[in-house]
Design a protein around this ligand. Structure first.
Ligand code: AHM
Ligand code: MG
Length: 335
């Protein structure tokens, strides 16, 4: 099996990134280096996660992040690891992290890139040995080099991403990413300490029979979502919800399905964050042939006005996302 470039399965992530760079005659290699920095931090975080039960790193850290959520110790560790790798790499001027209220200026004022990152997503699953993930989104700065990144650099719409990806720490650890030319997945070989191309050119099925949503909040879903969930049941779809966005998304990407986090009474704007959760996965799903909307608008066209902005998310197989959109549209027309 080969990827789009004809590279065989078994190619290391480093070699793959290098070969991709050769496709762009004027590429300076900075984005390639940045992707390698992320992969390196992912390996370190993977090590911490694997040892979590043995060390004193599970449980709450005793503080809340900017969104008022309890930080877990591993959240904090992952945040430190990724920031350190991005700062040391030198290609990134500014980082937006789920774990930090404000932007982080790396001091690399010549860095061309902005990274928005959720260092460890699915915090409620950390202590119980269930899959968790890292999500990242990369933008080119719009301001002049030689200064810190600005708010305009950070608040760009998802259509301006130059790369995005996630790492899933699960039964095996994988990194999946896109630079806008298809999606490729790499599996980590612990014994060799390398990611190897294992899922070249990922294409998501047009439709599927898996729906993922926290049905405990059913009573406060918008009417259109309630109707779509009932449609899924009427058609005997499978309900699968891990509560780790990366894991739910990854399964649905490979098998076909839809993940939904709508507005609820508890989360009136949805729970997920536009900049470092929704946009990255939207870029990946679109590159794989799927769709991501907030129920009516393409996620990647939403222009963020704040760093930690939330939005409803409907993401996955195109036909399934369009079906729920039909129900939501009908609801609006009735009202
Ligand atoms: P987190 O960033 O605090 O981990 O929250 C995001 C997570 C997603 O991974 C997951 O899909 C969702 O929150 C689950 O939320 P809920 O428990 O409300 O269903
Ligand atoms: Mg998160």
């Amino acid at each position: 099996m080969n990827d789009k470039l004809g590279l065989p399965v078994g190619t290391t992530l480093d070699r793959f990134i290098m070969r991709k760079q050769e496709d762009f005659p004027f590429a300076t290699g900075e984005l390639s280096q940045l992707l390698r920095d992320i992969a390196l931090a992912a390996k370190i975080v993977n090590r911490e996660i694997n040892r979590a039960g043995l060390l004193d790193v599970t449980g709450a850290y005793g503080q809340q992040n900017v969104q008022g959520e309890d930080q877990q110790k591993l959240d904090v560790i992952a945040n430190i690891r990724f920031i350190r790798a991005l700062r040391n790499g030198g290609e990134v001027c500014t980082i937006v992290s789920e774990e930090e209220d404000d932007v982080i200026q790396t001091g690399n004022t010549k860095g061309k890139y902005i990274v928005a990152i959720d260092p460890l997503d699915g915090s409620s699953n950390i202590d119980v040995n269930v899959s968790i993930g890292t999500i990242f989104s990369i933008y080119r700065r719009v301001s002049d080099n030689c200064t810190d990144g600005t708010m305009d650099d950070c608040l760009q719409s998802g259509t301006r991403q130059v790369a995005a990806g996630y790492v899933i720490y699960g039964s095996s650890t994988m990194m999946v990413y896109t630079t806008g030319n298809g999606v490729n997945g790499f599996t980590y070989d612990l014994t060799l300490g390398e990611f190897f191309l294992s899922h070249p050119n990922i294409c998501t099925p047009k439709t599927g029979n898996i729906y993922s949503i926290n049905e405990g909040s059913f009573n406060s879903f918008p009417e259109g979502v309630k109707q779509y969930v009932n449609y899924c049941k009427d058609n005997s779809y499978s309900a699968r919800y891990i509560g780790s966005l990366v894991a739910d998304f990854h399964r649905n990407l490979l098998k076909g399905g839809i993940y939904m986090y709508p507005q609820t009474a508890k989360a009136p704007n949805g729970k997920l964050r536009l900049m470092y959760e929704c946009n990255a996965l939207a870029f990946i799903v679109e590159q794989a042939g799927g769709k991501a909307t907030n129920g009516s608008r393409r996620i990647m066209e939403l222009v963020p006005t704040e760093l930690h902005q939330r939005c409803p998310l409907f993401i996955g197989s195109t036909e399934m996302v369009e079906k729920v959109e039909e129900y939501l549209k009908a609801e609006v027309e009735v009202n």
